[in-house]
Design a protein around this ligand. Sequence first.
Ligand code: ADP
Length: 424
Amino acid sequence: MDRWKREINIVMAWLLPALLLSYFVGHLTHMLLLITLGLLIKQTMAVNDLEKWLSRGAFRDYRDRKGIWGDIYYHLWKIKKTDKKRKKKLSRMIDQFRNSTDALPDAAVVLGEYAEIEWINKAAREVLGLKKSDKGQRIPNLIRAPKFIEYLKSQDYRQKICISSPVNDSLILQISIVPYGAGLRLLVAQDVTQIKNMERMRTDFVANVSHELRTPLTVLKGYLETLQDMDDLPASYARSFESMSAQTVRMQNLIDDLLLLARLETKPKQTECINMHDLLGQICKESDLLEKDERRIELNITADANLIGDAQELQSAFTNLLVNALKYSPSTSPVKVGWHQKQDGSAYLEVEDFGEGIPAAEIPRITERFYRADAKRNHKVIGTGLGLAIVKHVLVRHDAKLEIDSQLGKGSRFRCVFTAKRIC
Ligand code: ADP
């Protein structure tokens, strides 16, 4: 039978005796009122029972309940049972997640909207020195390295940063932050001590070898010059000495570039406000430039902006771009050098030539060390393949980027774009 019909039957079963009684003794309204009151009290007590049953966690047996109330108890008990199962499953999943994140070699920290710690894994406790009780604390109050605080504040997490571990100075941690969800951030700290040590060993090795090669090369160069100055030198010897001399110059350039690169990797940055008018004027009148090359340069400065940076580093980067433009274009074509500012406050140095250009496929590789594009075509042009690697390194140290536009047979344009923060 339908539940509602059963309930109607129960109400009827209460009403029937009242109707019968009123038939014999009268007072129908009073009888009906009495019955309604009785029904109301009965339902109120049932609701009260339900409330008690629920407040005690719905543990007690409910099977003595009859009618619609029995059904209500049954459904509630069923919901509770599936809920319990779901909770168990969820807690098992959380345990598994916790175990797997604890097994991770990288430290992971979940940060809330205000950089407060919401969750940490085991590695974060070990290498970042965070404790479980630090939950809710803002991370800049616990990891106080200025570089880290600046990175966190910047909201620009495209680059990663390296800091020393707050618990062990000899550990180098590479920090990256990934924003996700509504205002949440995942901070990952990876131990890169070994990689950094190897990088330092490589830089030291290159710097030491280059330094050690300098002295014997100077001696060789000196003797070659003396021999070349001899009056009665046979023509075949003269040619050989000339070729040897050219090769020693090449080796010296290579050593100079390698030493400069090694210095860029290790030297602390020195910054000052550099007058770009003076710097560019000086570069375009560099003593190393041939007079006929100097005449090809068209300098166009439209910006008053000056640059915050290391003058020596920027000078070598800009000189490399200028020398390349002169080297890789015909000796009769002009080379344009410009310094301009954009509306957003950023500024750029531009070097444009009308030479042979660079094949599109090679553009992404020309800033690699020792990479020389189109080696066959360029074999007559003296170069080390390190010039653009130096440019790229210097620009990274100045938060700038290099943009290269080139068309084969038409020429190339190199742009060093500096952010507004670097302008003074
Ligand atoms: P290099 O000492 O060979 O000039 P760079 O690192 O300065 O070394 O340049 C790498 C390569 O990029 C060069 O070998 C050359 O092929 C190419 N390149 C650089 N600048 C230009 C340019 N202005 N025009 C054409 N090719 C260029």
